[in-house]
Design a protein around this ligand. Structure first.
Ligand code: SF4
Length: 128
């Protein structure tokens, strides 16, 4: 007789073998998301997971691939290439709000995220 019932561990084990994908426990996922949210909070933004609902648009992470590609920095003074220019003087920038005492706004390059008004990147384009 074929065993028709499979316990939970057996089910996930079989699923992993068939799909080749490890099944991650919800507790492990929770730890990953909470550490990401904590890192985002330190940058003055809303949590990455569900950030829009929890408190507005998230800040651009200077370590994400697009930010690195355009050499985005949160403080133009840390980028000698900026030559005194910042996001507030860039044509791609639009003021949104003040967050943690600093002006932040949208940038055409980073859809759905905010940059610091005093930030800068290599795509800086003088505001008309
Ligand atoms: S494109 Fe302009 S507003 Fe956007 S990050 Fe670069 S300098 Fe700042």
């Amino acid at each position: 007789m074929i065993e028709s019932k499979m316990n939970r561990r057996g089910f996930f084990s079989t699923l992993a073998k068939i799909t080749g994908v490890a099944v991650v426990a919800p507790a492990a996922l929770s730890a990953v998301f909470s550490s990401t949210a904590e890192a985002q909070k330190k940058r003055g933004g809303a949590p990455a997971a569900g950030g829009a609902a929890a408190g507005g648009m998230p800040m651009v992470d200077p370590n994400d691939s697009v930010a690195k590609a355009v050499k985005y920095v949160e403080d133009f003074k840390k980028a000698p290439e900026a030559k005194g220019n910042d996001c507030m003087g860039c044509g791609f920038y639009a003021k949104k709000e003040v967050r943690n005492g600093k002006e932040v706004g949208t940038c055409t390059i980073f859809a759905g995220k905010l940059v610091y008004g005093q930030g800068w990147c290599a795509s800086w384009n003088k505001k008309a």
